[in-house]
Design a protein around this ligand. Structure first.
Ligand code: NDP
Length: 295
């Protein structure tokens, strides 16, 4: 039986609409406009596209968008001064420093200079620790989006076997923490995992966050499992004319076995920016002592 397609694009549009409604209410009832500041250092083309898209969607949600474009030769001291300025700005509720930074800048140092209450990427060491210990935090956007889709699909995840392939700080590890928080039995797989096929075949939930085109074939998937494909890989088209995007899962074969699956594109990707807006709204409500929206 063909898997149900989890439509991340529609899910994200719905989430953005709910955020916009809440933002409008904040303005009407409290005169508050949530604000997101994005700092981009250098001219990386992919980062420029992401930043433009984030700015556009921030404005569409009714929030204030502050873009700070700094030259590639910006020094660490200058970037830290910019972060401190944004930390102190009451109109800024969320701060995102677009990664990767140019090689001469220490990403960890810069991220950990952000006020954790404004760290809407959830990468600050305080937020990492809060998430790991099950406390209220700001959660990295991509895993948060995956969790929202999983919970919308399944309701409770309690007791389910989950396998997260990939152990990066931005996707794999926080994803595993979130699933643990939902009482899943969680396995984290990585490049040294022995017999990945066997590990994946046990899972009710498979999260693939590797960055290797179509590496998870359908015959690894337990029949009826839910497959969340985080990977975004550009591969040459068969006719050699340009590129297409594929995930880390071989969609065609996996969709024949899985119970539900996210496509690439149109699955996890659109949820990431929607969750950035959701985190900004949450940070704003916390900063002003208002109830957090149940999105
Ligand atoms: P990283 O490169 O930081 O991490 C990749 C992980 O995959 C590592 O833990 C690595 O293991 C593991 N890995 C590599 N090869 C294998 C293998 N053969 N078998 C099992 N595990 C393996 O990537 P990210 O986490 O940053 O991103 C993963 C993917 O998700 C990428 O395609 C990226 O583009 C995409 N992405 C998508 C987002 C979205 O919005 N949809 C957002 C962020 C990322 P080890 O640690 O042992 O090296």
């Amino acid at each position: 039986m063909a898997a149900e397609v989890i439509d991340g694009k529609a899910f994200a549009a719905d989430l953005r609409a709910r955020i916009a409604t809440h933002v409008a209410k904040l303005k009407d009832e409290h005169g508050i406009t949530p604000g997101l500041a994005v700092v981009l250092v250098g001219e990386d083309p992919a980062s420029q596209v992401y930043v433009r898209s984030k700015g556009k969607q921030t404005l569409e949600a009714g929030m204030a968008s502050f873009e700070h474009k700094l030259p590639a030769e910006t020094t660490e001291a200058e970037l830290l001064a910019k972060v401190r300025e944004l930390n102190a700005d009451p109109e800024v509720h969320g701060i995102l420093v677009q990664l990767p930074l140019p090689g001469h800048l220490d990403s960890d140092l810069v991220i950990n200079a952000i006020d954790p209450k404004k760290d809407v990427d959830g990468f600050h060491i305080s937020n990492v620790g809060l998430l790991a210990t099950g406390q209220k935090s700001l959660v990295p956007c991509t895993p948060l989006g995956c969790l929202m889709m999983l919970k919308a699909h399944h309701g409770s995840l309690s007791g389910m076997e989950a396998v997260v392939i990939g152990r990066s700080n931005i996707v794999g590890k926080p994803m595993a923490q979130l699933l643990l928080g939902e009482s899943c039995t969680v396995t984290i797989a990585h490049s040294r995992t022995k017999d990945l096929a066997e590990v994946v075949s046990r899972a009710d939930i498979v999260i693939a966050a590797v960055g290797r085109p179509e590496m998870v074939p359908g015959d690894w998937i337990k029949p009826g499992a839910t497959v969340i494909d985080v990977g975004i890989n550009r591969v040459a088209k068969a006719d050699g004319e340009g590129h297409r995007l594929v995930g880390d899962v071989d969609y065609a074969s996996a969709a024949e076995v899985a119970g539900a699956i996210t496509p690439v594109p149109g699955g996890v990707g659109p949820m990431t920016i929607a969750c950035l807006l959701s985190n900004t709204l949450t940070a704003c409500c916390r900063a002003r002592g208002l109830p957090e929206p149940a999105l």
